[in-house]
Design a protein around this ligand. Structure first.
Ligand SMILES: [Zn+2]
Length: 296
């Protein structure tokens, strides 16, 4: 899992891909936990993962040396996680955020009362995770919490790797507010947009919203002229360019509770002349190979 996380990180090109990785990692960690221990209530677990993640990046929470863009990006990571969590519990987001902060406070209190001075690094990690485990299952005796503690230690490393990378992403985004879109070659583009389903949702409700297109222009979305090639997980769509042939853009629908516009993630230019000469089977096998690498 750690190896996979590092591999995925090495392929990430945009901040949005990074946010998506954080979301899916926290989600998959909690799902694993649910499967292994068969616990139905994972709300607290979400809190623990977010607290663990944020404790690695806690210097980012202080606003002293970070500008507006950086703090905005920091919250761009947290808000989707909270919203996901709120959706599961059918709770308003504000309540989830309140719960998160009260969890944070109670865990922090435990930390303050624990003496870490005479412990080595691995003992500190073990004690830390035992505190998390006790927070999750206060009714259990400490010696019963071994499995949970060990699981949390494993996830701790993954979250730590992700959090450390976050600094690099924020540094990269330090000077520019608007991101330039990444143009991928056709094989990479197909691999990144693998899966999903043909367009089924009614996209006419997005008419009139601007889309930053791979062709370099910004178009107003028009469901009659823009073709939705695929619907993908993570509220993403693959759109064709309405004005210039051969361009395709992968966009994310911003906002969960209400639509806040399109965010362009990456695009491609399909060279049609080259495409005519390409062996389709050969092309698809390259894509499949890439997808397998991405997910192995
Ligand atoms: Zn265009």
């Amino acid at each position: 899992m750690i190896k996979t996380t590092k591999l995925k990180l090495s392929k990430i090109k945009t901040f949005n891909q990074y946010i998506f990785l954080i979301e899916s990692t926290i989600d998959s960690l909690s799902k694993q936990f649910e499967e292994i221990f068969n616990y139905s209530d994972i709300q607290k677990l979400y809190d623990v993962f977010i607290i663990q993640f944020s404790s690695y990046t806690k210097d980012l929470e202080a606003d002293k040396e970070y500008n507006e863009v950086e703090r905005k990006k920091y919250f761009e990571i947290f808000v989707p996680i909270f919203i996901k969590c709120a959706k599961r519990s059918r709770q308003p987001v504000q309540e989830r955020i309140k719960e998160y902060f009260s969890s944070y406070a109670s865990i922090e209190k435990e930390f303050k009362e624990t003496n870490f001075h005479n412990k080595d690094a691995s003992q500190i990690q073990f004690s830390t995770n035992q505190i998390y485990s006790l927070f999750l299952y206060p009714e259990k005796k400490p010696y019963d919490l071994m499995a949970e503690t060990l699981f949390l230690i494993e996830s701790n490393i993954i979250l730590g790797i992700l959090a450390k990378q976050q600094r690099d992403f924020l540094d990269k985004n330090k000077t520019k507010d608007g991101e330039t879109m990444i143009l991928l070659n056709d094989v990479d583009f197909f691999a990144e947009t693998w899966g999903g389903r043909p367009n089924r949702m009614d996209v006419s409700i997005y008419d009139g919203y601007p889309v930053d297109c791979a062709c370099g222009e910004t178009h107003l979305f028009n469901s009659l002229t823009t073709h939705v090639i695929r619907e993908l997980s993570g509220r993403r769509l693959v759109l064709t360019c309405p004005e210039n042939d051969g361009y395709a853009t992968c966009v994310k629908l911003k906002g969960w509770l209400w639509f806040r516009g399109f965010k362009s993630l990456f695009g491609t230019k399909i060279d049609e002349e080259a495409e005519e000469n390409t062996d389709e089977l050969d092309f698809m096998s390259k894509v499949v190979e890439k997808v397998q690498k991405n997910y192995s």
